[in-house]
Design a protein around this ligand. Structure first.
Ligand SMILES: Cc1cc2nc3c(=O)[nH]c(=O)nc-3n(C[C@H](O)[C@H](O)[C@H](O)COP(=O)(O)OP(=O)(O)OC[C@H]3O[C@@H](n4cnc5c(N)ncnc54)[C@H](O)[C@@H]3O)c2cc1C
Length: 398
């Protein structure tokens, strides 16, 4: 193999692809990033970073910058829309388990900007406008085929990390099943600069709010509150995203005489899906290309960033001569926690805050209240909800 091709090709310039590229670069592995867009995507998606992800990102010395442009969230809450706080979880209880006993609320595009800057400073090539359509591999190399404005191109390397998102062209070109389901409801999001904290005086920066009719999530990012509610699947999207509908939705959160300023609005189909395998010869799936889940718990991007560091460590060992069966271990470790931890936890969260049966609901909220009231059970719960337990579980898998 020519020295030029002695590299890893990363497909996708989202938080996972950029993290993988920088982690590989820092481990001395030549890397090339291909992405279909013309420049970084600034979509308002993820914003919650969990403690173990922050511990990993410490390697890039980026956490202080994220806190500077974000918010430290030392606590988070489950609430009842009618009666208020049900359980407040204080991440300080995790002080012995992480260097970052808090969440950081920082929009994912801000991290992506920092990563792009670091990559450019280190001379890693990012080729935008490369719409990957398929991959071809043989015993010692893999070739990525992409469409560009000037025609199709082929790029070869030793391995490919497919971090090309939920609709991954690489995963689909390999014919990999993306097993799971799609929620029957849409997720509707509006951001506003209205200071909900002045009315809902006991809220945290991250709040999952149960209600049998309209559950909601209230997330703080700098200068804005993000409000996430469910919407019936067969609704008219334009109507859902209309000022009239969003004003009505926000007025149901806190009624007021003035209209709300709506800074952003978006709507999503939400899936719980995991790829059948994360390894396909010389192609590794990571991030949303490998697993997608509902955002209740803020685990999707975090899980993907954890994939990226896991992979970079294994590829470093392979570059140093280790057997590439190590990549099968990546598959076992990361797929297991995607299913056991992330899929299970996020679906449980969705079920708990949307429960309609009064008795089941009362029991679930009482159980959560009890968990939070006891230091030992609260810590155990937070080890799971903050993804520390799943990182430890992955490390135990051979
Ligand atoms: C409303 C919402 C809120 C969320 N909140 C959170 C949260 O708080 N915390 C959290 O952890 N997660 C959250 N998530 C999930 C999070 O946004 C995703 O898990 C994360 O974006 C996945 O990153 P990724 O890099 O794998 O994929 P993406 O961010 O989807 O990036 C994929 C990249 O691949 C590129 N690409 C796609 N197709 C091609 C192609 N054919 N060729 C070349 N390039 C291609 C794309 O342009 C993009 O650059 C949320 C998601 C939503 C929708």
């Amino acid at each position: 193999m020519s020295s030029e091709n002695d590299r890893v090709i990363v497909v996708g310039a989202g938080p996972v692809g950029l993290t993988a590229a920088l982690a590989l670069r820092r481990r001395g592995i030549q890397t090339l990033v291909l992405a279909s867009e013309q420049a970084l995507v600034m979509e308002l998606r993820g914003s919650t970073f969990h403690p173990p992800t922050l511990d990993l990102l410490d390697e890039f010395a980026l956490v202080p910058r994220m806190i500077e442009v974000g918010l430290k969230a030392p606590t988070w809450q489950f609430r009842d829309r009618e009666t208020g706080p049900v359980a407040t979880f204080d991440l300080a209880l995790l002080t012995g388990d992480t260097s970052h006993p808090y969440r950081v609320q920082c929009e994912q595009w801000k991290l992506m900007r920092f990563l792009e800057e670091e990559l450019r400073n280190e001379g890693v090539e990012l080729r935008f406008g490369h719409d990957v359509t398929s991959v071809r591999q043989d015993d010692d190399s893999v070739t990525v085929i992409a469409n560009t404005a000037t025609g199709p191109v082929e790029v070869t390397g030793r391995y490919v990390i497919a971090a090309d998102g939920a609709r991954s062209a690489v995963r689909r070109s390999l014919g990999v099943e993306f097993e799971g389901f799609t929620y029957a409801e849409l997720f509707l999001i509006a951001s506003t600069d209205f200071p909900f904290e002045n009315t809902l005086t006991d809220i945290a920066y991250v709040n999952y709010i149960a209600d049998p009719l309209e559950w909601l999530v209230l997330l703080r990012v700098p200068g804005l509150w993000r409000v996430l509610v469910p919407a019936p699947e067969n609704s008219d999207r334009d109507k859902l995203l209309s000022d009239e509908n969003l004003q009505a939705m926000l007025q149901r959160v806190v009624p007021r005489s003035d209209a709300y300023t709506i800074a952003h609005r978006s709507i999503y189909h939400v899936h719980q899906r995991v790829a059948k395998n994360f390894r396909h010869g010389r192609v590794l799936l990571a991030g949303d290309a490998a697993h997608v889940n509902n955002p209740l718990g803020g685990m999707g991007m975090n899980g993907g960033i954890q994939d990226a560091f896991n992979l970079a460590d294994k590829l470093k060992a392979i570059w140093a001569g280790a057997d590439d069966r190590l990549l099968d271990r990546y598959d076992r470790q990361r797929r297991t926690v995607a299913v056991e931890a992330v899929q299970a936890q996020t679906h449980r969260n969705q079920q708990m805050i949307s429960e309609r049966d009064p008795e089941t609901r009362r029991k679930a909220l009482d159980a959560m209240r009890k968990v939070a009231a006891d230091r030992t059970s609260a810590r155990e719960y937070m080890l799971r909800s903050s993804m520390i337990a799943s990182m430890r579980r992955a490390a135990q898998i051979e």
